[in-house]
Design a protein around this ligand. Structure first.
Ligand code: COS
Length: 388
């Protein structure tokens, strides 16, 4: 059920205040310590952030995609590591179960994910399986009333904190492509599951990724998401369609915040006897950034509304993710430029946000993968029209 306009506006306003008063002031601390403070995680739980997308019957807020996008645009204004803390529970770490799980799987896991008591993580990528997600090599061999998992998953966001993994593994070795892949809900701590050491990253300090290794890891047959083999790739794609809209919303929010930083700096900084904001060459950077951020907001909200109306938005989600992630990269780069020498110095946020933003063009599908998805859909449509 969509929220009434007043409640929706209040929710957005609450998130904006949380970001301005609680998150932005802690950005340097989080980046320097490479850790998320426990009090901030608790406040995120109290605000319901872990359960934004999970149905109310499981303790979540049950937001529509449009409402989720509006909230994420606000939270996305803070350094991306903050959003990352709860975002896997909202998106890729819960939606496999929420979209395709059995009633038992939903009842067992969604309440813990919604409250933030469990951190959910999505284990698709492998050392040899990145963009070619259908070629998963991790195996899940049926053995009586169990499956035995073997393989390594790579760069798994929130894995060091996860209580539950959605794992894509090949149940049918005879089928080499996407059709042989199944999805499993695997609890952390099961024998045979271990973690690599957290990776040192370019940015987004405070958010953690590591390998997840399965070595003859036995999970009960009930862990198979939806109870049907061979559906895992499709589950992953459905999860990513939604995840890409979420990422696009986060990019939009971050761009809007960076524009505030950029112009805010330029009105205070004086050169040649006046504020640098007076220089038209810089004004061009502000104007391009604003127009692109507004276009991104409109694109994301339009795709989100269409998803809420039941349309297939795979192509629109890729368009939004591609545009918004490339856009925030440009905006973050202009912000460094406007800051001049200060843009290269750690004590200012410009260089951190520039590094943080770089990941958006890569995870949940690179820009090049989004282009492939968009072009494939357009070509199929054209062939359909031409009867080819
Ligand atoms: N929703 C539902 N089903 C989908 C789908 C979607 N969005 N996209 C594809 N499928 C289905 C197809 O319809 C097809 O089903 P059938 O076999 O019944 O016809 C099946 O899945 C295979 O689809 P396709 O042939 O398009 O798969 P490809 O192997 O060509 O892969 C891409 C397609 C490249 C788009 C996919 O591998 C991808 O998204 N890669 C990027 C992965 C990624 O984002 N990784 C980031 C890490 S996870 S944070």
């Amino acid at each position: 059920m969509p929220l009434d306009p007043e409640t929706r506006a209040q929710l957005v306003e609450t998130m904006r205040r949380f970001v301005d008063e609680r998150l932005i002031p802690r950005e340097a601390e989080v980046a320097d310590a490479d850790a998320m403070p426990a009090d901030i995680i608790q406040e995120m739980r109290d605000l319901g952030l872990f359960g934004l997308s999970i149905a109310e019957e499981y303790g979540g807020l049950g937001l529509t995609m449009e409402e989720e996008a509006l909230v994420v645009m606000e939270v996305g204004r803070a350094a991306p590591a903050f959003r990352s803390m709860f975002a896997t529970n909202v998106g890729i770490g819960s939606q496999g179960i929420a979209i395709d799980g059995t009633a038992e799987q939903k009842a067992k896991y969604l309440p813990g994910l919604a409250s933030g008591a469990i951190i959910g993580s999505f284990a698709l990528t492998e050392p040899e399986v990145g963009s070619d997600a259908g070629s998963v090599r991790t195996t899940a061999r049926r053995d009586g009333d169990h499956y035995v998992l073997n393989g390594t998953k790579r760069y798994i966001t929130n894995a060091p904190h996860a209580g539950l993994f959605t794992v894509m593994a090949r149940t049918d070795p005879a089928v080499k492509g996407a059709g042989g892949v199944s999805a499993f809900a695997v609890e952390a701590g099961v024998p045979g599951l271990s973690l690599g050491k957290p990776e040192r990253k370019m940015g987004q300090q405070g958010a953690h990724v590591c390998d997840v290794i399965f070595d003859n890891c036995r999970v009960p047959a009930e862990a198979l998401i939806g109870g049907r083999e061979g559906q895992g790739f499709k589950t992953a794609m459905k999860v990513l369609d939604k995840g890409r809209l979420h990422i696009a919303a986060a990019c939009t929010g971050l761009a809007e915040r960076i524009i505030d930083d950029m112009v805010g700096y330029a009105v205070g900084r004086r050169q040649f006897g006046k504020a640098i904001a007076e220089f038209q060459l810089l004004q061009g950077l502000f104007a391009d950034s604003k127009a692109e951020a507004l276009a991104s907001r409109a694109l994301v909200l339009d795709a989100a509304r269409r998803r809420d109306a039941g349309e297939d938005v795979a192509m629109a989600a890729s368009c939004a993710k591609m545009f918004a992630s490339e856009m925030v990269g440009r905006v973050a780069d202009r912000n460094v430029q406007v800051h001049g020498g200060a843009g290269y110095i750690r004590d200012y946020r410009a260089e951190q946000l520039f590094r943080d933003a770089r990941l958006f063009r890569i995870y949940e599908g690179t820009t090049q993968i989004q282009q492939t998805i968009i072009a494939k859909a357009l070509i199929a449509e054209a062939r359909g029209k031409a009867g080819l």
